[in-house]
Design a protein around this ligand. Structure first.
Ligand code: ATP
Ligand code: MG
Length: 364
């Protein structure tokens, strides 16, 4: 206001130079208006005052024959330009307001959906566990009898239902800010521990590939769930003679946790959608999955700021890469014995150069 008043005085005091203070007034008005949009009413009042004041000042300069009457045209033109700018700002504000409403609504719907998934999984868990417990008891009582196979089907389906509930819970929770409890995780020893757990579960050629000594900031439990889901798939889609290899490779500063197998592989047409929820591909082996394993892996990868990549060749095998964000926090803290795994898969025995050779199925 003071600045405008001074400029108005200058317009009258120095009529020859009235253009500069005239523009200073409108520029300063635009500047102040831009910081926070005023209500339509106060905007209209201020614009009216400024328009009249500058018009009067120029009118004075015309009356003393220093300026031509044509100068007066600038006032309504400037006011019109300012008005247009106000209109755009109002439209932008309205659009932002709509946008905020929509995103708030989306956030509300998303959290409702998440809460529903969490509640549903919780509610499902108890009766399933009870039913499963009883079915398993029944199966024991019926061992050796024909009815046993029916009860086994029940146990199988209840187990699948329980896993479905657990996975839904993890996927639903994955977008919660508190989803992860990050800690330094030395990937090579983490991988060694996981493979040790899996070796007894299925007769495969379990192998450890390259194990770059890298530590990531991650949630050990969630990473374990993701790796289990990948290994479960690898076991389900391989046969006794097939190999399953786990590796840790740092590429361009980003640690990659790789699970590769020489199993059935995935058709290119399916590769696109295997990460979608409830997507179970053709040839999923004997037991039926819930189609949530890879969706869970992707949720855990995204929660760590990373991603999951898949490459596969039907008949040659598949390779899944859990990629952490590019932060190479080298930590060779891993002690030698932590890497030791049972005979036949001990990476130390293997000729490391062999590990650099291309993976038999050529997809590496
Ligand atoms: N290593 C693999 N080799 C071949 N096919 C695979 C492999 N991993 C995943 N797939 C394909 O991707 C599909 C989706 O995998 P995902 O783990 O999400 O679901 P699922 O294994 O069918 O069920 P769930 O893991 O929930 O029990 C599988 O059904 C399978 O067709
Ligand atoms: Mg699976």
């Amino acid at each position: 206001m003071a600045f405008c008043a001074i400029n108005l005085c200058v317009m009258v005091a120095f009529p020859r130079w009235e253009t500069i203070p005239f523009y200073f007034i409108w520029i300063s008005l635009t500047l102040v208006y831009g910081f926070r949009a005023w209500s339509a009413k106060s905007t209209a009042c201020v614009v009216a005052v400024v328009t009249l004041a500058t018009f009067a000042a120029i009118g004075y300069d015309v009356s003393v024959h220093v300026q031509s009457a044509g100068e007066l045209d600038e006032v309504p033109l400037m006011a019109a330009m300012f008005g247009l700018m106000v209109w755009h700002v109002q439209r932008r504000l309205a659009a932002d307001g709509e946008w905020r409403l929509v995103s708030e609504e989306n956030a509300r719907l998303l959290s409702m959906q998440r809460r529903f998934l969490q509640d549903a999984s919780h509610q499902l868990r108890t009766p399933i566990t009870i039913a499963l417990g009883h079915a398993e008891l029944l199966a024991q009582d019926l061992s050796g009898r024909t009815e046993r196979s029916d009860v086994d089907v029940v146990v199988g389906e209840l187990t699948r239902l329980r896993r479905l509930g657990e996975r839904l819970l993890v996927i639903a929770a994955s977008e919660d800010p508190e989803f992860l409890r990050p800690e330094p995780v030395a990937l090579n020893s983490f991988i060694a521990q996981v493979i040790r757990k899996w070796i007894p579960t299925a007769p495969r050629r379990w192998e450890l590939g390259r194990l770059d000594p890298v530590t990531v900031n991650g949630d050990r439990e969630r990473l374990g769930l993701a790796l289990d889901a990948l290994l479960e798939n690898a076991v389900r889609h391989t046969g006794a003679g097939d190999a399953i290899r786990l590796s840790v490779v740092v590429k361009d500063g980003a640690p990659h946790m790789i699970v590769a197998d020489t199993g059935s592989g995935i058709a290119p047409s399916e590769l696109e959608s295997i990460f979608d929820r409830f997507r179970t591909g053709i040839g999923a082996g004997g037991s039926r999955g819930t189609g949530l394993g890879l969706a869970l892996v992707r949720a855990v990868a995204h929660a760590h700021g990373g991603e999951i990549l898949a490459r596969s060749e039907p008949g040659l095998g598949s390779e899944f890469e859990f990629v952490f964000p590019a932060r190479a926090a080298d930590d060779p803290a891993t002690s030698a014995d932590e890497l030791a795994v049972p005979p036949g898969t001990d990476p130390c025995d293997a000729d490391t150069t062999a590990m650099e050779e291309p993976w038999p199925n050529g997809i590496r």
